[in-house]
Ligand binder design. Structure first.
Ligand SMILES: [Fe+2]
Length: 465
């Protein structure tokens, strides 16, 4: 009998293993008390392969599953559904996996991508969109989580959309980009607050890069062009569709939001990779850009998932770039020597000066895994240069921490930090509501999910209407 991928790939085991049941659960058990001013839904997306993979599996390959935790008047309920795109429907009809993953590309063939929509889920202009950076968004029904289908902004979006659009807190616009292995490599878009796609710019870049996320300020758009380059030669060489080419360095493009391709100004810095900026803002003559920065990124190497030293070589740390808009210089300032990922700020300050930031991080006792697991949450006070940490302990991985203000006009850290984490002892997940001003203290509420939710990627909070 041939080797099953799930028997040998740790990214299909433990709390990375898929949870394939879809359902609902009302009146979840709560330890503590859910604050009465927290009403809405936390949506989280992540990879959850519906079938045993046909070949080698990468964590980014799994079918998207949306987990929704709804909170109203101190009570919580849970619902989860697959994002049911055409590729998964085909596989449902066949009763098995059909599509290869990122590590199953053949150099002689055009890549066959399945739209997994597994990375993020955002709500804008009445639409709930499940996102993956290789495809169009997929619209979802916000209450039932039924899949509505691909969403192309009324025929105006022709290609892929990043999984990390930015919602401008003042204008209500949704700003985003799409990248591709073929020209045009990078395109920028803006949807107005009604959801109409009103801007489209083709941006010239020096190489086709895996550009996962970007940043905006009140007046600028910031593209981070890292030396992770699409390469068909690399597929033949190592099986990866991306090559790490540190000799290229990293280029940061700053475009006025009112401008276009001709107005992009490029800044140069050391080679690195950034999946996620924390935020960006302009102060005096400088554009301040806080990111989770990797010295290198070899994660696409098929051997990486089985290399026990993988994690040490490929970790991100909070880092600040100061781009001088007058003289073109870049100051590079490490902000922490501990590693962390999934940086977030108060969504009301996207593009504006933030004082506080939140990240998932390695715990003081380690994560209990060589895999991409984080077992602590860090809150940074970037004004004072201090941080606080909440430890979940090895084996109890936690996801992206998300700040929700107590009221729309509450101060920057006056509110809650929401953390979905795995409780290894119960083999189930828990959703913590933390006091943002005391994240290390006892959780205000620990909401017990009736089963485990596999480790995933990104989530967002949508206030109750
Ligand atoms: Fe991401």
């Amino acid at each position: 009998m041939s080797e099953r991928e799930s028997d040998v790939n740790p990214l299909l085991q433990g709390n990375f293993a898929p949870w394939r049941m879809e359902g609902t659960a009302d009146d979840l058990e709560v330890i503590g008390e859910i604050p009465r001013d927290l009403n809405g839904t936390f949506y989280r997306n992540g990879p959850n392969p519906a079938y045993e993979p046909a070949g080698r599996y990468h964590w980014f390959d799994g079918d998207g599953m949306i987990h929704a935790i709804s909170i109203r008047d101190g009570r919580a309920s849970y619902r989860n559904r697959y994002v049911m795109n055409d590729g998964l429907k085909e596989e449902r009809a066949a009763g098995k996996a059909i599509y290869p993953g990122l590590l199953g590309m053949k150099p002689s063939e055009m890549p066959a991508f399945k739209t997994t929509s597994n990375t993020n889920i955002v709500y804008h202009a009445g639409k709930l969109l499940a996102l993956v950076e290789s495809s169009l968004p997929t619209a979802m029904q916000p209450c039932t989580l039924e899949t509505i289908g691909p969403y192309d902004f009324g025929g105006k979006l022709m290609g892929a959309m990043t999984a990390h659009p930015k919602l401008d807190p003042e204008t209500g616009e949704m700003l985003f980009f799409g990248y591709a292995p073929f020209p045009p490599y990078l395109q920028y878009y803006a949807a107005d607050q009604s959801g109409a796609l009103v801007r489209h710019e083709v941006i010239d870049v020096e190489w086709p890069s895996m550009m996962h996320d970007f940043a905006v300020t009140k007046d600028y758009v910031v593209f981070i062009l890292c030396p992770v380059v699409f390469s068909f030669e690399e597929i033949a060489r190592s099986g990866s569709i991306f090559a790490w080419k540190p000799e290229l360095g990293t280029r940061i493009g700053v475009m006025p939001r009112t401008g276009g391709n001709a107005d992009v100004r490029w800044f140069s810095t050391d080679s690195c990779y950034v999946f996620h900026p924390m935020n960006a803002y302009v102060e005096d003559d400088e554009l301040v850009l806080d990111v989770a920065r990797y010295d290198q990124l070899l994660f696409m190497n098929p051997k990486a998932a089985r290399d026990p030293g993988w994690r040490d070589k490929n970790v991100a740390r909070l880092h600040r770039w100061r781009l001088n808009l007058k003289d073109g210089g870049v100051k590079s300032v490490p902000l922490d020597d501990r590693d962390g990922e999934f940086p977030r700020v108060d969504e009301r300050l996207v593009g504006r000066k933030h004082r506080f930031g939140y990240m998932a991080a390695t715990g003081t006792e380690g994560n209990g895994s060589a895999l991409p697991v984080w077992s602590a949450v860090h809150k940074y006070d970037l004004q004072r240069g201090t941080s606080e940490a909440r430890q979940y302990g090895p084996g109890n991985g936690c996801g992206e921490p998300l700040f929700v203000p107590r009221r729309p006009d509450a101060a920057e850290d006056d509110g809650y930090v929401l953390v979905l984490h795995y409780d290894q002892a119960r083999n189930a997940s828990e959703f913590d509501v933390l006091d943002a001003r005391n994240i290390a203290g006892e959780a205000l509420a620990r909401i017990r999910i009736p089963h485990r939710i596999p480790y995933g990627f990104h989530g967002n909070w949508v206030d109750a209407a």
